[in-house]
Design a binder for this molecule. Structure first.
Ligand code: NAI
Length: 327
């Protein structure tokens, strides 16, 4: 029998948590053979609600779910963890400046980084979902010096999946006909969904759509989809975000298909002119449980400007958290 995987979910009582936990417990995060031990981390006021979710998880009688622990203690939550899904974050309150937001999130991601450093399993993989995801990942990573830096990732898979669907609708194809989609940069409105390397039926996607659609519809629709969901649903994306988190970890562990790649926010090694250390989204292939940045792509002027704009925003966020002493 397969040895179990310990998965820690922070913000477990939140709306993404509610959509995520049942997917994990049913075996969709790793595979359908690996038993799961769940750890639910919440703030004290939300522990009771998380316990309610734990009762429902129990009531599903999932064959793979070995145990569920609910706690408000990060050290306990991350002890021995193999996968850390850092979903809980401080939302932007009305009138809050970016600096205040980053500082508030520092109060969450610094102690969680320290707890990961102290107790996580040697093979730990961390996905930060809570916004601002890229810079929250940077903060956690800075406080986990004993965990290899590349284990800290931020989620841009939802943006990637949104881009796949938008393009599929436009071309009247199935999402499975689309290969090599890329999201570059920050998980924010500056992100750049790139169709210049995307293939549909073996041909470059950017050449199959009007330039005006690409620039004036596709890019803003993908980048502002989160706001459009809030507008329509009266609440932010939750099930689609949970789905993307499952996809991110599943692909990281199980690999990308031959001839395809995915998008992940990962520490830059300096590829494509992205300053080393920034946690930025790149096209990556995954195999044997590791990811690698796709190399050698030609970046034209149109793409260069957009990648640079998003990367500059990441650099500014890093400078802010540096000034705050958070990294
Ligand atoms: P939510 O507000 O429903 O839930 C957040 C939960 O986190 C709350 O239950 C709260 O008590 C908990 N929490 C706060 N501080 C915590 C701490 N220190 N430790 C443990 N738990 C803590 O929010 P929702 O909708 O579940 O979203 C969570 C985050 O995910 C938000 O920051 C949101 O912006 C982000 N998000 C990111 C996406 C991405 O593509 N990267 C997509 C959608 C949402």
């Amino acid at each position: 029998t397969q040895s179990p995987v310990t998965v820690t979910v922070t913000g477990a009582a939140g709306q993404i948590g509610y959509a995520l936990l049942f997917r994990i417990a049913s075996g969709q995060l790793i595979d359908s053979r690996t038993p799961v031990k769940l750890r639910l981390l919440e703030i004290p006021q939300a522990v009771k609600a998380a316990e309610g979710t734990a009762m429902e998880l129990d009531d599903c009688a999932f064959p793979l779910l070995e145990s569920i622990e609910v706690t408000d203690d990060a050290t306990k939550a991350f002890d021995g963890t193999n996968v850390g899904l850092l979903v809980g974050a401080r939302p932007r309150a009305q009138g809050m400046e970016r600096g205040d937001l980053l500082e508030a999130n520092g109060g969450i991601f610094k102690p969680q980084g320290e707890a990961l450093n102290a107790g996580a399993a040697d093979d730990v993989r961390v996905l930060v979902v809570g916004n601002p995801a890229n810079t929250n990942a940077l903060i956690a990573q800075a406080h986990a010096p004993d965990v290899p830096a590349e284990r800290f990732t931020a989620m841009t898979r939802l943006d990637h999946n949104r881009a796949l669907s938008q393009l599929a609708h436009k071309l009247g194809v199935s999402v499975t006909d689309i290969k090599k989609m890329t999201i570059w940069g920050n998980h924010s409105a500056t992100q750049y969904p790139d169709l210049f390397h995307t293939e549909v039926g073996g041909k470059i996607a950017a050449e199959q759509v009007e330039q005006s659609w690409l620039a004036d519809e596709f890019i803003p629709t993908v980048a502002k989809r989160g706001a459009a969901i809030i507008e329509a649903r009266g609440a932010s994306s939750a099930a689609s975000a949970a789905n993307a988190a499952v996809d991110h970890v599943h692909t990281w562990v199980n690999g990308t298909a031959d001839g395809d790649w995915t998008s992940m926010g990962i520490p830059s090694d300096g590829s494509y002119g992205v300053p080393e250390g920034l946690i930025s989204s790149f096209p990556v292939t995954c195999s044997n449980g590791k990811y690698e940045i796709v190399q050698g792509l030609e970046i034209d002027e149109f793409s260069r400007q957009r990648i640079d704009a998003s990367v500059n925003e990441l650099a500014e966020e890093r400078d802010t958290v540096r000034q705050l002493g958070l990294v």
